[in-house]
Design a protein around this ligand. Structure first.
Ligand code: ADP
Ligand code: ADP
Length: 241
């Protein structure tokens, strides 16, 4: 579903954040990306949907004949392709003054330009889908609360619903639990992984907590200095990592 080919990023400062990374993720697979701070995890996730422009390499999205190549796309085609890639952030990136429902619906517009949700009347089908998703993530009774009234775990649930209302094929998840306590972190990881299984999503979860990665993800990629140093199942990962 997602295939990276020699993906490379050198920042203008000269930092080589990714060095020719090859990676293939089938439909339905949830992959944890681990590694020390500065290893290139955020850069990798952001290069996939070109929030960061890769220096070279390719990103193929989709399977077989339907596959498209992201790095060579024009900006209008990229906008469409990004709708197939849901993103979940460490700091949730909610619009604080909007309600839970409005934040979820803003996902229908894609990642950029959510300010337009103020101006837009949503079709009833979108509203129905938002209610279904809020029910699934356990926030149905919070729909009319403002985002700034929620706890961290509740905010991340909104972030998850907002990513899923795009009906993506792929989820890109950047440190989803870094601001949460251990119990909430486990609940959020369980929810993300269950939803990926239900919807057969391919997912990359950038996570520094190795124990959480081992608990919930089928495959673990260890990144160091921009290169893959480990690729295996949680059981293959030694206790000294
Ligand atoms: P991680 O997510 O694993 O902590 P990052 O992808 O954030 O790693 O960073 C990888 C490397 O790229 C680091 O050396 C970091 O300093 C550098 N880097 C990240 N973002 C930028 C940027 N915007 N400009 C320059 N260098 C950057
Ligand atoms: P994290 O490790 O949580 O990914 P970072 O500290 O790597 O966070 O990055 C925080 C922000 O600063 C990011 O937007 C990243 O792109 C940017 N950044 C990181 N390293 C550098 C750098 N060396 N020069 C410029 N910007 C950087």
């Amino acid at each position: 579903m997602l295939r990276l080919q020699k993906l490379t990023k050198t920042y203008r400062t000269g930092d080589k954040a990714l060095n020719a990374v090859d990676l293939e993720i089938p439909k339905g697979q949830v992959l944890a990306l681990i590694g020390p701070s500065g290893a290139g995890k955020s850069t990798l996730i952001r290069c996939v949907n070109r929030l960061v422009e890769p220096t070279s390499g390719k990103v193929h999205l989709g399977d077989g004949e339907e596959a498209v190549e992201i790095t060579s796309m024009s900006s209008s085609r990229l906008r469409r392709a990004r709708r197939e890639m849901g993103m979940i952030f460490q700091e949730y990136a909610l619009v604080e003054r909007l309600t839970v429902m409005e934040n979820v619906l803003s996902g229908r517009l894609g990642y950029v330009g959510f300010w337009r949700s103020f101006l837009r009347k949503y079709p009833q089908s979108d509203v129905d889908e938002a209610f279904r998703l809020l029910d699934r993530v356990g926030l149905l009774e919070m729909a009319d609360k403002r985002a700034d009234e929620l706890s961290g775990g509740q905010r991340q649930r909104v972030g998850i619903a907002r990513a899923l209302i795009q009906n993506p094929k792929v989820l890109l998840v950047d440190e989803p639990t870094a601001s949460l306590d251990p119990k909430t972190s486990r609940q959020i990881m369980r929810l993300i992984c269950e939803l990926c299984a239900e919807r057969e999503l391919a997912a990359i979860i950038n996570i520094h907590d190795v124990a959480l990665a081992q608990m919930f993800c089928q495959r673990i990629i260890g990144l160091q200095k921009g290169e893959i140093r480990f690729d295996g199942s949680p059981d293959d990962l030694g206790p000294d990592v």
